[in-house]
Design a protein around this ligand. Structure first.
Ligand code: CP
Length: 310
């Protein structure tokens, strides 16, 4: 039976079964020009008359703009804010009242917020679907869906993959959720290559996850031994850390490319700072810009599904 997403909140990747993940990814293909020849869907009117409210309490480029684009591509109107100084919260209005007001003007709330648990809090207040667009250092489930979509498109499978998460496992929400999601598929091995002290929190670990804390100057040596199918790199998110983050910095560059297996790809949720050198961008291994683009197709599908229009 087809999974029913109508009216559903998208808060935590743990809430998805493997079948539901695959269903969302298969639906996303119907919005992707690379698969469009097979699609019979007329996409531009799917959600006509519906309104998406984008509540961005924290900066974003990809998530906000791809949701904005996705909503409009399926016929929705878009409202919202990304600058609190231009809202009545600047005058002291509460989070709860803001959610109540915004739900009365829209059909789905998409929220990014610096505090873990804030999307769940919004979902408890609102009676329309709430989509977590990143809640502090906790999770970013739509990023995980687009990461899975990118892997599926690249490898034709989501199982039996060796994945090296590289960077800060402790605070990096997309690594938390990707690791959990890949555990739902068989035979995946996940390695968390991090500076010492930035290992994966216990609540996101599982039987197929292994911490590899290293001196990040030894990254290329470690990757050469590991021979991963996927490197999933991430920025060191200094906004969630009090200490000087320079000591944690690392670099993926041409020397790194030279030690990787032929079919290994490099993913990154972006934004990057200096952890992936732009000299890597022209390599066929670098798929992070395609990954970001895939987010739009996944978000088109997800909006259509939670609104019950697909
Ligand atoms: N990947 C991601 O969430 O990027 P933004 O912070 O720009 O939305």
């Amino acid at each position: 039976m087809k999974p029913n997403f109508k009216g559903r909140d998208i808060i935590d990747i743990n809430d998805f079964s493997k079948e539901e993940l695959l269903f969302v990814l298969e639906t996303a293909k119907e919005f992707d020009p690379d698969y469009l020849k097979r699609s019979k869907r007329s996409n531009y009117t799917i959600a006509q008359g519906e309104i998406a409210a984008l509540l961005f309490f924290e900066p974003s480029t990809r998530t906000e703009q791809s949701f904005r684009s996705a909503a409009q591509k399926i016929g929705m109107g878009v409202i919202g804010f990304n600058d609190l100084t231009l809202t009545s919260m600047h005058k002291g209005e509460t989070f709860t009242d803001t959610i109540r007001i915004m739900e009365s003007y829209s059909n789905v709330l998409i929220i990014r917020h610096p505090e873990a648990g804030s999307a769940k809090k919004a979902a408890d207040i609102a009676s329309i679907p709430v989509i977590n667009a990143g809640d502090g250092p906790n999770q970013h489930p739509t990023q995980t869906l687009l990461d899975l979509y990118t892997i599926l498109k690249q490898f034709g499978r989501l199982d039996n993959l060796k994945v090296a998460l590289v960077g800060d496992q402790k605070h990096y929400r997309t690594m938390h959720a990707l690791s959990i999601a890949l555990f739902k598929f068989s035979g995946n091995q996940i390695f968390g290559i991090s500076p010492k002290g930035l290992e994966m929190p216990a609540e996101f670990k599982h039987a197929n996850y292994q911490d590899l804390p290293i001196d990040m100057n030894k990254l290329n040596e470690t990757l050469a031994k590991l021979k991963p199918d996927i490197i999933y790199a991430g920025r060191i998110p200094k906004e969630y850390m009090k200490e000087d983050t320079k000591k944690y910095s690392y670099h993926i560059n041409k020397q790194t490319l030279a030690v990787l297996p032929k079919n290994c790809v490099i993913m990154h949720p972006l934004p990057r700072v200096d952890e992936v050198d732009p000299e890597v961008d022209s390599s066929p291994k670098a798929i992070y810009f395609t990954q970001a683009r895939n987010g739009m197709y996944v978000r088109e599908a997800l909006l259509g599904l939670v609104l019950g229009r697909i």
